[in-house]
Write a protein that binds this ligand. Structure first.
Ligand code: PMV
Length: 347
């Protein structure tokens, strides 16, 4: 039964893909499978206050606050999201919603907040449903939240749980689905516990090409089918690498995936480049350092110029000083975020 009013809240993390999702079909169905580390520090905190409308109508009704300020610019995105999820959560139109949201990472840092933001909102809506409905299992809840999050932003479906989440049907992962992310079901070596991700903020500006457009450009892309095939192969290879903790092979896949993502951008029509000169300088410094330091530091990239520097906990005392001394100078205003692998969303 629907309640008259109430409030729900969640904090949900961002995630960083190891095998990248790039290209999609109708209804946010991914063109290839992907897998990501859930993060721990880059989070979105969202609350939704709901109150039954006095007069029923056929409109969504909501106010939106970002960092306690009304945020009209974000409203069309939320409205599109609400329209997409309406048939799965039909009670939403019966309420006036007051959505309050904030990020734990600096505003406009160039860090995409769509994964953490959309998953936090999906969690709030699903918590409403859980309040109104007969008891449901945690597995059902998590799968449906991930399903709803996917309709907000594809990669958001990988933010609910942790430390590793896989999304997209593929033969090497049992239970994999195009509709929602699943907690990686296989053994993962201890070396990946407490893995670090130091995010170097190279460029905080608005991206020239959004990921929506980027995904779109994979339709008719000359290398699309080979790329999609490669993502399946990489996921398959990762299974033994993750189980055995083979860091050299891990690096080989993760760095190649990052560069392939950007290669797809550079070879689409129209073509574009999201990396900046400092992105390449950082990559080169990481390669030089890795050769001489006997460590396993590596990089990955999102759809932007920022660099995610990944390394295991037991190499932190060698790698972090290198980051501070050599890499921070390539960041805009010296900005970076110390993140690490995390366990997913929290109430
Ligand atoms: O979730 P979207 O539509 O913003 O796409 C994000 C895609 C990448 O971040 C580039 C890769 C990924 O798998 O997260």
């Amino acid at each position: 039964t629907l309640k008259e009013e109430g409030i729900v809240g969640y904090t949900s993390p961002s995630n960083i893909a190891l095998v990248k999702y790039w290209g999609k079909r109708e209804n946010q169905i991914p063109a290839n499978p992907s897998i990501s580390f859930t993060l721990a520090a880059c989070m979105t905190k969202t609350s939704v206050e709901y109150k039954k409308k006095i007069r029923k109508d056929d409109e969504f009704s909501f106010d939106l606050f970002f960092d306690d300020q009304p945020k009209e610019e974000f409203k069309p995105k939320i409205k599109t999201f609400l329209k997409r999820i309406e048939k799965y959560l039909p009670f939403l139109k019966e309420y006036h919603l007051v959505i309050k949201t904030s990020n734990t990472f600096p505003h406009s840092s160039g860090i995409a907040s769509s994964a953490s933001g959309m998953s936090a909102l999906a969690l709030c809506f699903m918590e409403m449903e859980r309040t109104f409905s007969a008891p449901i299992t945690d597995d059902f809840f998590n799968n449906k939240v991930s399903f709803i999050s996917r309709l907000g932003s594809g990669s958001a479906c990988r933010s609910i749980e942790g430390p590793l989440v896989q999304w997209g049907e593929t033969s090497s992962v049992e239970g994999s689905s195009n509709l929602f992310g699943v907690k990686y079901p296989y053994k993962v070596h201890d070396i990946f516990n407490n893995f670090h991700d130091t995010i170097l903020l190279v460029d905080k500006g608005e991206k020239q090409v959004s990921s929506t457009v980027g995904h779109e450009l994979m339709h008719g892309h000359p290398f699309a089918s080979q790329r999609f095939e490669q993502a399946h192969e990489n996921l398959d290879k990762l299974r033994t690498i993750l189980a055995e903790g083979n860091l050299n092979d891990f690096i080989g896949i993760v760095e190649s995936e990052a560069l392939t993502l950007h290669a797809m951008m550079m070879t689409s029509h129209p073509y574009f480049i999201l990396m900046k000169p400092n992105t390449l300088s950082i990559i080169n410094e990481i390669w030089k350092f890795r050769q001489t330091s006997n460590t396993h530091v590596c990089f990955t990239l999102d759809a932007g110029a920022n660099v995610h520097v990944l390394y295991p906990e037991n190499e932190k005392d060698i790698v972090f000083p290198f980051i501070k001394e050599k890499l921070i100078s390539f960041c805009q205003n010296g900005q970076y975020i110390c993140d690490r692998i995390g366990l997913g969303a929290k109430k």
